[in-house]
Every structure is written in structure tokens, then in C-alpha cells.
Design a protein around this ligand. Structure first.
Ligand code: ARG
Length: 587
């Protein structure tokens, strides 16, 4: 379906043309003075300069050539030359009826392209902490939005599974359990199938080892050596590494599942290590990389840079490859295996420079052709109420799991005190509402901004929150259930033209659905969907308070409202699904 704003614009543009003015002056926007009108066109003011004519005169001409138009119930010129417009009630209802009867509410799919999204990015063996929360939440939402838009989308978690943390764990284990066969270089048998640690042990080992390495230089050296030996393929270390990976990944999967986040690919940094040597050779032989202070680097600065962009380091002077090297190899691998039209990275904005270097190097090296778009979405920090990065009450790093549990408990208490559901259902519901609180709290901010994680505000059933949106959906579900209980069926029927201002306001919000979804993908901006469903929920609740739906005796009127409710429910449910959460039946 055409977007309603395009249909309206088209009428006014045609009228500009018919009146002898340029068509593109006829663009219509949603009114910024809703008290005066619903839509407005400001083109006459701009046209006045070109045609050296009073804007009001141009606007009058346009309205004259527009004539009696069935889209509008009001059209008027306001000084100095605004064209104010209101939609005709039956045009609006027929537009909504078409939406209601179309797949995906009439959203026009785009020609399918393959898009990869690199998000999540947890580091194996380190516990998931809130720092990883944003990447998971934003990445998942962008993935769903891109998919809704019509694209084929592949999410890749890009595990950090190849770094020093592995050597640290191996070294610490060698101290704690030296009898294990993994450390015996002469061992020729088969290594045990079961890991010599549980996930909780693993989560204790890493911070312990990391702490020691900061105080003890020799310890650190040993961990670095273990890392090198692992990377060089020492069999016992490889076997241990596999255990670490497996134990860690199954725990990660559990955690992401709780977040309603899933990945198509569980690739990691380790997966591309084999192609690094060949890639580096190509960099050398093509001459794009050169030596600088013993290191191998690619120059990436450009003439119109406004700030210093340092060279991208490919190999350190000791020959070790780096974070950027791995990312370049990963790009090579992705182009070869998936040939995506676009790759989107959802990573902490403090890694901005890293991605500038990687993207530029990949273009220079011909790894990524200009037909493939590379996008970096850098997100800000999730802060506590004190404005500093979010911590536990004790001041430690907040684990993702604890955060989820804490919010869930908060929601559980609220829901139980509402007495609408029994305890078992309340648990289930609390989980859904908690997720909405966390995700909406995050996604309603522009990704690049830092934000304050305010538990009290995010879990409130009122205001611009996830629970408020869910509450609105639950309210609609409950009216529809009552309608059904009264023995009425709500399958057929159509939305009637609005009978009053609040009803029309709700309908106008609904009519924007397509434009909002399109904009959310174009700008990769889930927050646009949040602000839309907040407006839509407000419009619905105002309508609800002024309308006695269930006790209405006029059956045609009532069934029209039921259809309007169903459409509202659908628009809200599609939206929250794109944000990555869902609504319970009661709360
Ligand atoms: N593991 C990294 C970190 O914790 C994030 C990975 C982001 N993705 C990438 N392709 N570099 O900082």
C-alpha cells in the first residue's frame, strides 16, 4: 500500500502543477500544530521566491486547482501562505480498512537484499555483563526491522574466543589442576570428553586469573605464552579451549534465549585465524601494507579528514595479529560465503575509530567492494542513576543474569499485587513484562546516546515505558475477550468513519504505521518505533476512556470499534515484536 503521507502529497503536488508551479513544492507533512490542522504544506512560501509572487496567492491558486477533493474535509490558506489540511473521515476509514485487510498492514516490502548484522560480540569465558546488553538488544531489533522490511538478514554473534582470556584461564588451570592431561606434552591418549570445570567455576577462574595477571608480571608472561601456544595449535591447549568454548557457548545460549535474542551464526574470531597469514601476504605483495616501527600497517587517512586517523595495525612487531586483523579476515570470509549487500555492526561507540580503520582498510585492500555498504552503529553507555556506568549495589560489574532476575522480581511483586492472575501465571507474565521494561527502556533512546538505567521508571505501568505499552495491548485483548464472551464474533466487519476527535486521532496514528516502519529501517532507528507506539497507545487510551465499547447497543457501531481495536492491537504487536518482546494476555 502507498503511505498515506504520499497519497496526500501526491494530491497537493498535482494541484501545484496544475496551477502552474513546480510539483515538488507540494510536499505535505504532518502538522506541527495539531490544534489547527492534521497536515500542512509549506511549499507556497518557498515557491514565492522562485515565482516572485505572494505565498498566499500561490496557496490560493493551488487550492483552486485542487477543487473538490475527496481526500480532504478541510483545506485552507493561513497567512503567510500555509496550506492547512484535514483528512476526510471516510477516506481515513477506507485507508485503515485496506490496511486491516492487507498482509503486514499493507507495508510495502523492499526488493530482498542480503544483510549481515554483527552484534552481541560476547567474549567467551567472561560472564555476560550489562555492557553486552545493548549490543544484543539493539542488534536484535535492527535485525527484525530489516527482516520486516523484506531483506534476508543473517545475524552473526562474532564471539571473542581467541584472545588473552583463553591463555589466562589455561594458565590458571595449570596451577590449580596440574595433573590434568592437557598440560602433559607427552600425553598421547584421548582427552576426556567432559570439561574439567563447570560454568560457575569458569566464571570464577577468569576474574581471578585476570586479577593475578595485573599484579604479577611473571603470571602475565605465562598467560601470554599459553595464548601463543594455543594459537600455534598445542593439542592439549586446543582441547581445553574446546571445553571452554562449549561450556561458555551453552551458557551464552541460555542467556540470550532469556533475552529473546538469537543468532543465525555463532562464528567467532577463531574461525578466521587460518586465513590471516594468506591475507597478510596479499597485503604485503600488493603494497597496501607497509612496515612502520617494526609493525605492519595500512595507512587509512584521507585528505578531507577533520581528525587524525592513525594507520590500521595488521601485525605487531612480534608478528602477532590484532583485533583489526581478525575483523578484516572476517570481512573476507563474509564476502566469500554470503556476499552481503550490507554489513551492519552494532558495537560500543568507543570502538568507532577501530571500525573507521577496518572499513577503510577493507576498501583499500579490495576485500569489500563499493557495492557492499558497511555501517557502524555505535551505541552509548548504560549508566546508573549516578551517571556512571551501571554497577551492582556493591559496586561490581552487574551480570546480565542478575539484572534480569532483579527486574523480574520487581515486576512479579507488582503483578501479584494487582491480583489479576494467579502466582504461576504471574511468574510467566513477570518475565515478559520485565523484558519489555529493559528493552523498551534501552531502545526508546537514540542508540548513540548514553542513558540512565532507571529501574523504577522503566518498570512503571505509566509513562513512556514497555510495561505501559503491554498494558495497553492487554487492555485491548480484554475488551476483545469480553466481546467474544457476549457471543459476538469479531472476524468480519469494517472500521467506520470516525465519529469524534479522539477516534479520529487514534485513526490518524494508525495510518502512519507504514511510514514509521520505513523510517525505522532507513535510519536503523528502533527508537522511532518506540515513540510511535507510545503515541499510538496514548491515542488509544484516550479513545478508550471516552468510548463505552462493550455496552454500546448499536451493533454496527460496536463492530466497527472492534475492528479498530483489532487493527490497533496488530500495529502494536508487530511493533513490539520488532523491538524484540511480546505481550501477555493479562497483567
Ligand atoms: N568482543 C568485542 C568486545 O567485547 C566486540 C566485538 C564486536 N564485533 C566486531 N566485529 N569487532 O569488545
Amino acid at each position: 500500500m502507498k503511505k498515506i503521507s504520499d497519497m496526500i502529497s501526491n494530491e497537493i503536488m498535482t494541484a501545484f502543477e496544475a496551477a502552474g508551479y513546480r510539483r515538488d513544492y507540494g510536499r505535505v507533512t504532518v502538522s506541527n500544530r495539531p490544534d489547527l490542522c492534521e497536515f500542512q504544506c509549506n511549499g507556497a512560501m518557498a515557491a514565492a521566491k522562485e515565482y516572485k509572487c505572494a505565498p498566499a496567492k500561490i496557496a490560493q491558486d493551488v487550492l483552486l486547482s485542487l477543487g473538490d477533493n475527496k481526500l480532504f474535509s478541510k483545506k485552507e490558506v493561513v497567512n503567510p501562505g500555509f496550506i492547512n489540511l484535514n483528512l476526510a473521515n471516510d477516506f481515513l476509514s477506507s485507508y485503515l480498512n485496506e490496511m486491516k485487510d492487507s498482509c503486514d498492514l499493507g507495508f510495502e516490502k523492499q526488493p530482498q537484499a542480503t544483510i549481515m548484522i554483527d552484534y552481541g560480540g560476547p567474549n567467551v569465558a567472561k560472564p555476560l555483563h550489562v555492557g553486552h546488553l545493548r549490543s544484543a538488544i539493539i542488534g536484535e531489533s535492527i535485525k527484525r526491522i530489516a527482516r520486516f522490511t523484506g531483506h534476508k538478514v543473517i545475524g552473526d554473534i562474532h564471539l571473542g574466543d581467541w584472545g588473552l582470556q583463553m591463555g589466562l584461564i589455561i594458565h590458571e588451570l595449570s596451577i590449580r589442576k596440574p595433573e590434568l592431561p592437557y598440560f602433559d606434552e607427552s600425553f598421547k591418549g584421548e582427552y576426556p570428553k567432559d570439561a574439567p570445570f563447570t560454568i560457575s567455576e569458569l566464571e570464577e577462574i577468569y576474574p581471578c586469573a585476570s586479577g593475578k595477571s595485573k599484579e604479577d608480571e611473571a603470571y602475565k608472561e605465562a598467560a601470554m605464552t599459553a595464548t601463543k601456544e594455543l594459537q600455534a595449535g598445542r593439542p592439549g591447549y586446543r582441547a581445553l579451549w574446546n571445553h571452554i568454548l562449549n561450556v561458555s557457548v551453552s551458557d551464552l545460549k541460555k542467556n540470550y534465549e532469556k533475552l529473546n535474542v538469537s543468532f543465525e551464526l555463532w562464528n567467532g574470531e577463531s574461525d578466521v585465524q587460518d586465513i590471516i597469514p594468506g591475507m597478510v601476504e596479499e597485503f604485503k605483495s600488493s603494497g597496501i601494507a607497509h612496515e612502520s616501527d617494526g609493525a605492519l600497517v595500512i595507512d587509512v587517512k584521507e585528505n578531507d579528514d577533520t581528525k587524525e586517523i592513525p594507520p590500521c595495525i595488521i601485525l605487531k612487531s612480534d608478528g602477532a595479529s590484532l583485533y583489526a586483523t581478525t575483523d578484516l579476515a572476517t570481512l573476507k570470509d563474509r564476502m566469500k560465503n554470503y556476499d552481503p549487500a550490507r554489513i551492519i555492526y552494532v558495537v560500543d561507540k568507543r570502538q568507532d575509530m577501530h571500525f573507521v580503520q577496518v572499513f577503510r582498510s577493507s576498501r583499500k585492500a579490495g576485500i569489500v567492494p563499493s557495492s557492499t555498504d558497511l555501517t557502524f552503529i555505535g551505541f552509548g553507555t548504560m549508566n546508573g542513576k549516578d551517571g556512571k556506568p551501571f554497577k551492582t549495589r556493591e559496586g561490581g560489574v552487574m551480570r546480565l543474569e542478575s539484572l534480569l532476575n532483579e527486574i523480574e522480581e520487581e515486576m512479579f511483586n507488582k503483578i501479584v499485587s494487582n491480583h489479576t492472575v494467579d502466582e504461576a501465571e504471574a511468574r510467566q507474565t513477570a518475565r515478559m513484562v520485565a523484558l519489555s521494561a529493559i528493552k523498551y527502556g534501552d531502545l526508546s533512546n537514540q542508540a548513540s546516546k548514553d542513558y540512565v538505567f532507571d529501574v523504577e521508571r522503566f518498570t512503571s505501568f505509566e509513562g513512556n515505558t514497555g510495561p505501559y505499552i503491554l498494558y495497553t495491548i492487554v487492555r485491548i485483548k480484554s475488551i476483545l475477550a469480553k466481546y467474544k464472551e457476549a457471543g459476538k464474533r469479531d472476524v468480519a466487519g469494517s472500521i467506520n468513519p470516525p465519529a469524534n476527535e479522539v477516534e479520529k486521532a487514534l485513526m490518524l496514528e494508525l495510518s502512519k504505521f507504514n511510514a514509521v516502519m520505513e523510517g525505522a529501517y532507513e535510519e536503523l532507528a528502533p527508537h522511532k518505533i518506540c515513540s510511535y507506539i507510545y503515541d499510538l497507545s496514548n491515542a488509544f487510551n484516550r479513545f478508550y476512556h471516552e468510548t463505552k465499547i462493550i455496552s454500546e447497543e448499536d451493533a454496527a457501531k460496536q463492530s466497527g470499534w472492534i475492528q479498530l481495536l483489532r487493527l490497533t492491537q496488530k500495529a502494536l504487536e508487530i511493533s513490539i515484536d520488532l523491538l524484540g518482546f511480546s505481550a501477555p494476555d493479562r497483567m
